[in-house]
Design a binder for this molecule. Structure first.
Ligand code: NAP
Ligand code: ZN
Length: 353
């Protein structure tokens, strides 16, 4: 075991602060990574503030961060795929049971024995729970380490590990391609990646935003059209026309307004995970045989596929790079939807703390 620097929350109401945490010494199958950048996902706030208490109660100290990009510093004797110096990524998962039907199908995101990057019981007993990427280094089983294409900017690549795969996976699953009309609700970290992917897949892409000042950005990111969702007339024009809508909103909102925009057999998938339940009107789904579903991140193979797709298409997240010392300010701005479009923490800043 060794000690490394991190930022943690001591309770649901405390700001994040400098801390020292234990990491395990790499075992045979482990890769030790010096973390270079870590994106800030809205899930980090939900967790640090214990907003998901009923499904994922926070354990303190809480070290968030699951959009990790770094350099391999050391590998265990049985590691075959990575060596010191490689540029790698770690997303929301660091382990699974490897044997269940989901794991066998490469869908580790559904494994009942999955270990999340932060907040899961630590199988190695180094700490009560796993600690995330707001830290100098991390040690991960090589099967949960991903390769970062060499042409991608590292600060902008970090958010691909969660915001990227969480939007890529449901779009692939629901067949977003050329000829489909696709909506993306909420232009935040996930939403802006959703727009980039929908555009790259050739779909007619419409952004729904509550922030009129994001209109120009949405078009630049690849949207064909932007609807300010508070404007009922603009919404009305699209009734019954969408094949697929990806809902990326982190807060309470009216999902029925979007269900009504779906065509027959259209699907709306929730990736946003608001604290409180969203009421759903039955008739919106019944009339049109529409469906409502959800989707969590993606499996390891699909995450690598997404990263390679991003390498080929030069896709990264639009990031505002910050030192770790600004993480609390960043959290406040995320709550106000004031981020264009992802904060990426330059982890070198942790050295001066
Ligand atoms: P984010 O950057 O804060 O973006 C959320 C966006 O939602 C905002 O930018 C805003 O877009 C819109 N919004 C915020 N408050 C709203 C309100 N009251 N009504 C309507 N729209 C509102 O968050 P994120 O990191 O993209 O994460 C989004 C959600 O996805 C979070 O709940 C997060 O926990 C969840 N998540 C889920 C998964 C998964 O596996 N399913 C993975 C990662 C994250 P506009 O300004 O354009 O309206
Ligand atoms: Zn996330």
């Amino acid at each position: 075991m060794y000690k490394t620097k991190a930022y943690s929350a001591a309770s649901k109401s405390s700001p994040l602060a400098s801390d020292t945490i234990p990491r395990r010494d790499p075992t045979d199958r482990d890769v030790q990574i010096e973390i270079l950048f870590c994106g800030i996902c809205h899930s980090d706030l939900h967790y640090a503030r214990d907003e998901w208490h009923d499904v994922m109660p926070a354990v303190y100290p809480a070290v968030p961060g699951h959009e990790i990009v770094g350099k391999v510093t050391k590998v265990g004797s049985a590691v075959t795929q990575y060596k010191a110096g490689d540029l790698v990524g770690v997303g929301c998962l660091v382990d699974s049971d490897h044997t269940c039907p989901n794991c066998q199908a490469g869908l580790e995101q559904f494994c009942p024995g999955q270990v999340l990057t932060y907040g899961s019981p630590d199988k190695h007993k180094t700490a009560p729970v796993t600690y995330g990427g707001y830290s100098d280094s991390i040690v991960v089983d090589e099967r949960f380490v991903l390769r970062i294409p060499s042409n991608l900017d590292l600060a902008g690549a970090a958010p691909l590990l969660c915001a990227g795969i969480t939007t890529y996976s449901p779009m692939r699953h629901w067949g977003v391609t050329k000829g489909k009309k696709v909506g993306v609700v909420g232009l935040g970290g996930l939403g802006h990646m959703g727009v980039k992917f929908a555009h790259a897949f050739g779909a007619q892409t419409v952004v729904f935003t509550t922030s009129p000042n994001k209109r120009e950005d949405a078009l630049r990111l690849g949207a064909d059209e932007v609807v300010v969702s508070k404007n009922a007339d603009e919404m009305q024009k699209h009734t019954g026309s969408f094949d697929f809508i990806l809902d990326c909103v982190a807060a309470d909102h009216d999902i029925n307004a979007y269900i009504n925009l779906l065509t027959r057999d259209g699907n709306i998938t929730l990736v946003g995970a608001p604290e409180k339940p969203l009421p759903v009107a039955a008739f919106g789904l019944i009339m049109g045989r529409r469906s409502l579903s959800g989707s969590p991140i993606g499996g390891l193979a699909e995450t690598q596929e997404m990263l390679d797709f991003c390498g080929q298409h030069h896709i990264t997240s639009d990031v505002e790079v910050i030192p770790i010392q600004k993480v609390n300010e960043a959290y406040e701005r995320i709550v106000k939807s004031d981020v264009k479009y992802r904060f990426s923490i330059d982890m070198a800043s942790l050295k001066s703390d």
